[in-house]
Structures are given as structure tokens and as C-alpha cells.
Design a protein. Structure first.
Length: 161
């Protein structure tokens, strides 16, 4: 005597077998592995002419290293970008040699410390001084800062006469 199974049951049994075998095979999907969160925060650290404590420590005269605060932010995986923002109006007191020293001795090494560190904001150097060393001006702009010209009130008064 021959047993006959209904048509639907004949199809379900092999399908269940395939489904069970597929569940036993290892998957290449890495969705079960935890992924680190993408860095999303941005930090602004402010500094002024002759006040760099937020961003750097002076080791000896004219030699700086990143401040502990800057190091901590650079090593924090949640932080995407750290912006160094100049504050104050005293930047117009810097001559071309001081602008070069600011780049090479302070800001350049800080930007090299971590790719997260960028410039933001504006320096108001004395009109004509940044153009004395054009490669420095370009470097400031390429790293995110802008350079505004500071024109003294005495110069403006003499031009109005």
C-alpha cells in the first residue's frame, strides 16, 4: 500500500530542512559585533596673544607642548574635531617675525599632534605684516583661520585729511 502525502506537506518538509541547515552555517555578517560610535562632538579651545594655557604649556622660552586638556580631547574617541580659536584684539601687536614664530613654535606643532586639531576664527594682524611672509599667511588660511587686517585709527585719520 502506497502512502500519499498532500502536496503542501511534500513541499514544507524539504523547505524546513533547508532552513534548519542554513541556520547552522556560520554567517559572515558582522552586525552582531559592537561598532564604536562615530565621533560627533566638536570642541573649541580659545587662546589669546601671550595666553596659551588652554592649548599649550611652555617647556622653555619659545618651546611649547600640547596642554593636558588638548591631549585629553585629542585622545577622546567621541570628539571629532578640536578647533583652536584666537581671541582678543592684541594680535595687531605682532610683526612678521612674531607671526612666523607663532606658526612654527606654537600652532604648527599643535596641529601636527593630532589630525583632529584644526584652526577656526580670525587673526587681526597689523595691515601689511602677514604679507611680509606669504607662506605663513597661506599656512594660516589652509589650516582654517582667516587673517583680517588691523588698521590703526591714526592711519585712518591721516587718510581722511
Amino acid at each position: 500500500m502506497k502512502k500519499t502525502l498532500p502536496y503542501k506537506i511534500k513541499r514544507i518538509i524539504p523547505a524546513l530542512g533547508l532552513a534548519g541547515a542554513a541556520a547552522m552555517m556560520p554567517a559572515c555578517d558582522k552586525s552582531d559585533e559592537p561598532t564604536p560610535p562615530a565621533p560627533t562632538r566638536e570642541i573649541e579651545l580659545y587662546f589669546a596673544n601671550n595666553y596659551y594655557d588652554n592649548i599649550a604649556n611652555m617647556i622653555t622660552i619659545g618651546v611649547f607642548e600640547p596642554s593636558q586638556m588638548l591631549i585629553d580631547y585629542a585622545n577622546n574617541p567621541e570628539i571629532k574635531t578640536i578647533y583652536l580659536v584666537p581671541q582678543g584684539q592684541e594680535w595687531h601687536l605682532m610683526f612678521s617675525n612674531s607671526i612666523t614664530a607663532l606658526r612654527h613654535k606654537l600652532l604648527g606643532p599643535l596641529l601636527e599632534y593630532s589630525p583632529k586639531i584644526r584652526g577656526r576664527g580670525s587673526f587681526n594682524f597689523l595691515s601689511g605684516e602677514p604679507s611680509e611672509v606669504p607662506e605663513d599667511s597661506l599656512w594660516f588660511v589652509q589650516n582654517g583661520w582667516t587673517i583680517d587686517s588691523f588698521v590703526s585709527k591714526d592711519v585712518l585719520r591721516s587718510k581722511q585729511r
